[in-house]
Design a protein around this ligand. Structure first.
Ligand code: ATP
Ligand code: MG
Length: 448
C-alpha cells in the first residue's frame, strides 16, 4: 500500500495497547486512518495469541462500524475502494452488503451500530468504531467485545467529541488506564487527543473556512476535540449570566405560565418517565433586556396551580400574565375566576400561542439570539428553599437542549414569557416600575 500516515496518526499506530480511544478534531484524518487500519488488519491471515498459540484468521471478520450503515458507507466506502483498488488487494466487493473480500480471502464488513442484531454472529479480529460519540454504547460491551475474544482482537474508537457523553466517559477512563466498562485498572486501554490542525494535509483554506463557520465554543469541540465545550448545542452556560438585580433596574414584570398538562401527555413526554413540572416564569423587562426573577415550578393539581399564579401576581404585580393556550389553560381559568373574585385581584390572561411551531424552534427563536447578545440575566436563587431553587435546573435544561430525553419545562416557560409578553413590559417606561405591596403569602392550605 502506498499510503503514509501523518505524524499524529503514526503516534496512535505505534502504540501497542489493544484498545485505543482517539478523540480528534474534524478533518484530522480519522477516517483515513481507519481505512489504513482495516486493510492492515485484514492483511494478516494468522494471529499469535498471548499464550503463544497460533490461530488461523480465515473465519474472523474485520468490522468498520459507523453510527448507521448508511453513514458508515458514506464515510468510508469510496476511500476504501480508492485505496484498495490502487493497492490491488481487492478480490471482490458487495457494495449493498458493505462487504470487501481481499485477495487473501479475508473479509472487511461495514456495519451500523443502530442495528445491533446485524452485528452478531461472527468472530472478529479487529474493529473500528468511527464517530463513536454518535453510537449507542451498549453495542460495544454486549456484542463487539465478546466477538473479539477468540482472536484477542483489538479495537479503535475514533471520533470528534459531542459533549460529555459515553465517548467522553470511555475516553477519560482510557486516559486513566482503566477499562471503561468496569472502571478497574487495565493494561489494555489508552487514549489520545488531537486537533484538526495536527493533520498536515489540511490546506490553510480548508482550515480557515471551517474556523469561520463555527462559533467559538463549537471550535473548541470540533477543531480541538475538547469535551468541555458544548459545541453544536444551542445554549451554553455563559449565555445566561446570573447577576443579582440584572444589568438594569426599572422596567416591569411580566408572568408567563407553561402548564405541563393535566390532560394527556404526548409520546416524548411519556418516555421521560418523570413528569414535567408546571412552570411560572417571572421576568422583569427593562431597557437592556430581560431579567428572569424566578421560575416557580412544581407538579401541582389545578387548584394549587391557580394559587401559585395568584400568589405570584400579588407579589410581583405584573403588567401582563400569560398562560400557554390549551386544555390545561381552560381548566386553570375556570378556577382562576373563582379565586380572583374571592380575593378581588383582577387581571386578564393573555393566551400564549405556539402558532404551530415545533417546541424546539420556539425555544430556540425566542432565546438564542437574545441570550447571545447578553440580554437575558438570571436572579440568583441562593435565598430560596432547596425545592424552590430553579437556576441550576434552568441552566441544565438550557445546555441539554434540544436533547429529546431532557426536560425543558422551565426553559419553555421563560421562552414563552420573553417572546410573547416581553413587548408588554418594554412598552411601559422605566418610571412605571411597579412598587409592590409588602408580600403576604396566600395560605395554600385554606386558600386564604
Ligand atoms: N495520512 C494521510 N495522507 C494523506 N492525506 C490524508 C492523510 N490523513 C488524512 N488525509 C486527508 O485529510 C482529509 C481529512 O481526512 P479524513 O476524512 O480521514 O478526516 P476525518 O477526521 O475523518 O474527517 P471528518 O471529521 O470530516 O470525518 C482528507 O482529504 C484525507 O484524504
Ligand atoms: Mg471521518
Amino acid at each position: 500500500m502506498d499510503i503514509y500516515l501523518h505524524e499524529s496518526q503514526s503516534l496512535i499506530d505505534v502504540d501497542e495497547h489493544r484498545f485505543k480511544v482517539v478523540a480528534a478534531g474534524r478533518r484530522f484524518g480519522k477516517s483515513f486512518y481507519a481505512a489504513y487500519k482495516l486493510y492492515e488488519q485484514a492483511s494478516y491471515t494468522e494471529k499469535v495469541r498471548s499464550d503463544g498459540s497460533i490461530i488461523d484468521l480465515a473465519q474472523e471478520v474485520v468490522y468498520y462500524v459507523g453510527p448507521t450503515f448508511k453513514q458508515a458507507r458514506e464515510n468510508l466506502w469510496s476511500v476504501m475502494m480508492d485505496i484498495g483498488h490502487r493497492a490491488g488487494i481487492i478480490d471482490s466487493v458487495r457494495q449493498n452488503e458493505g462487504e470487501i473480500r481481499l485477495t487473501n480471502g479475508r473479509i472487511i464488513r461495514f456495519k451500523g451500530a443502530d442495528d445491533p442484531d446485524s452485528l452478531r454472529g461472527v468472530g472478529l479480529s479487529f474493529v473500528v468504531m468511527d464517530e463513536y460519540a454518535f453510537m449507542k454504547p451498549a453495542v460495544w460491551e454486549y456484542i463487539i467485545r465478546p466477538a473479539l475474544g477468540r482472536a484477542e482482537g483489538g479495537a479503535l474508537f475514533i471520533g470528534t467529541p459531542d459533549g460529555k457523553n459515553h465517548f467522553y466517559q470511555m475516553w477519560s477512563a482510557a486516559m486513566e488506564g482503566k477499562d471503561p466498562s468496569t472502571e478497574q485498572p487495565s493494561k489494555d486501554w489508552v487514549a489520545f487527543q488531537f486537533r484538526s490542525k495536527d493533520n498536515p494535509h489540511l490546506t490553510e483554506n480548508e482550515m480557515e473556512s471551517m474556523y469561520a463557520s463555527l462559533s467559538e465554543d463549537a471550535r473548541k469541540q470540533e477543531l480541538e476535540a475538547n469535551f468541555e465545550a458544548t459545541g453544536g448545542k444551542v445554549f451554553n452556560y455563559a449565555m445566561f449570566p446570573v447577576v443579582a438585580g440584572g444589568s438594569s433596574a426599572g422596567g416591569n414584570y411580566v408572568i408567563g405560565v407553561d402548564l405541563a398538562g393535566f390532560e394527556s401527555v404526548d409520546g416524548a413526554r411519556k418516555a421521560k418517565h418523570v413528569l414535567d413540572d408546571h412552570a411560572i416564569a417571572i421576568v422583569r423587562v427593562h431597557d437592556r433586556g430581560y431579567h428572569v426573577e424566578r421560575v416557580i415550578h412544581g407538579q401541582w393539581d389545578v387548584r394549587r396551580t391557580v394559587l401559585e399564579i395568584m400568589q405570584a401576581y400579588r407579589h410581583y404585580r405584573p403588567v401582563a400574565v400569560g398562560i400557554e393556550q390549551g386544555m390545561a389553560k381552560n381548566a386553570v381559568e375556570a378556577f382562576l375566576k373563582e379565586y380572583q373574585e374571592r380575593y378581588g385581584l383582577w387581571f386578564e390572561i393573555i393566551p400564549l400561542r405556539h402558532n404551530n411551531n415545533r417546541k424546539e424552534d420556539r425555544i430556540k427563536w425566542a432565546l438564542q439570539g437574545r441570550a447571545d447578545q447578553g440580554k437575558i440575566t438570571l436572579e440568583p436563587d441562593s435565598d430560596l428553599d432547596p425545592e424552590d431553587k430553579w437556576v441550576g435546573k434552568f441552566l441544565g435544561q438550557a445546555v441539554d437542549f434540544p436533547n429529546p430525553l431532557a426536560h425543558d419545562d422551565l426553559l419553555d416557560a421563560v421562552a414563552y414569557t420573553i417572546d410573547q409578553l416581553g413587548g408588554e413590559g418594554a412598552s411601559a417606561s422605566a418610571d412605571d416600575f411597579a412598587v409592590f405591596d409588602e408580600w403576604t403569602p396566600l395560605d395554600l392550605e385554606s386558600g386564604y
